[in-house]
Design a protein around this ligand. Structure first.
Ligand SMILES: Nc1ncnc2c1ncn2[C@@H]1O[C@H](COP(=O)(O)OP(=O)(O)O)[C@@H](O)[C@H]1O
Ligand SMILES: [Mg+2]
Length: 134
């Protein structure tokens, strides 16, 4: 895969589809089962946020290469209500749902790169990357 592909998130079931799609890409890159689980959990968290707070959006996948190493890049994009106080939601314990992945701070810990951009009233984009170490 050398082009970006996106999975629309409109219904709850799409969360499962996006998670599975991302896990398959991670496996193809060579990630072991523990990292596959970390990546799948992160995708679930981002997709669930899109579904819960923005109602719909998409999760986009890319295989990225840098200095001879490969990684999976996942971007969750929505044009929902946005996040008013990013600093606050990135604090541990802010997460309201108490899910497995411990919300956005949990996703940040599970991945190598995390970037959250949100404009209140306009939407949210979260980009995450996990690098494969062989
Ligand atoms: N895509 C999004 N659009 C709007 N608000 C969001 C989005 N993602 C997260 N949020 C806000 O950030 C808060 C924290 O998200 P998160 O860390 O995933 O925890 P949780 O979903 O368990 O509350 C959410 O409660 C919600 O208010
Ligand atoms: Mg959440």
């Amino acid at each position: 895969m050398n082009f970006e592909s996106c999975i629309p998130i409109k219904k709850e079931w799409d969360i499962v589809g996006a998670r599975q799609y991302g896990r398959d890409i991670a496996k193809q890159i060579g990630f072991g089962s523990v990292d596959q689980a970390r990546i799948a959990t992160s995708i679930s968290e981002l997709a669930r946020n899109v579904y819960l707070y923005a109602e719909n959006g998409r999760i986009c996948f890319n295989v990225v290469e840098e200095m001879g190493r490969k990684g999976i890049e996942i971007t969750a994009i929505d044009d929902g209500p946005g996040i008013k106080d990013i600093g606050k939601v990135m604090q541990d314990g802010y997460s309201t749902s108490g899910g497995l992945g411990a919300g956005l701070p949990g996703v940040k810990r599970l991945m190598d790169f995390f970037d959250l951009e949100s404009e209140y009233g306009k939407g949210t984009t979260v980009k995450i990357i996990k690098w494969f170490r062989s």
